[in-house]
Design a protein around this ligand. Sequence first.
Ligand code: IDP
Length: 151
Amino acid sequence: MERTLIIIKPEGVQRGLIGQILARFEQRGLKFVGLKMLQMSPALAEEHYAVHKGKPFYTGLVKHITSGPVVVGVVEGRGAIKMVRTMMGATNAAEAAPGTIRGDFALEIGYNIIHGSDGPETAAREISLFFKPEELLDYRLASESWLYEEQ
Ligand code: IDP
């Protein structure tokens, strides 16, 4: 099982999309093992997006992600990291395929609704930025025996 971090960005919250976005992951069969709402501090945003420091869009990105409440969640499932990325769609929402979250709900790269960790190391780092170990739950969903062929 893999764990990955998702963030519903301020524009997703403001546009009333929290429920629809969370529902997509639930419908797919992925499991939330941590979930909360918060407003990111500049320090947290800078750490989260440290890899982009120095790029032309970095300052605007930090300003935007700290501009209002976000929803952060930890999603667990077999192959969850890649699956979440596939469900999100291309970074530039203008090019994201219909059926993806960005392709269905967004138009532009800077307001692309959702963040998802891009690999195992990033996922571990990002999860630890937002969640204490005791905030992550270990439990089994009743549906799991009907989602995974091999238990
Ligand atoms: P990702 O969110 O699909 O993983 P990254 O390349 O990690 O994409 O970029 C992080 C975020 O920074 C993007 O989701 C997007 O909102 C923003 N971003 C990336 N590139 C640009 C750009 O060229 N202009 C404006 N915003 C950008």
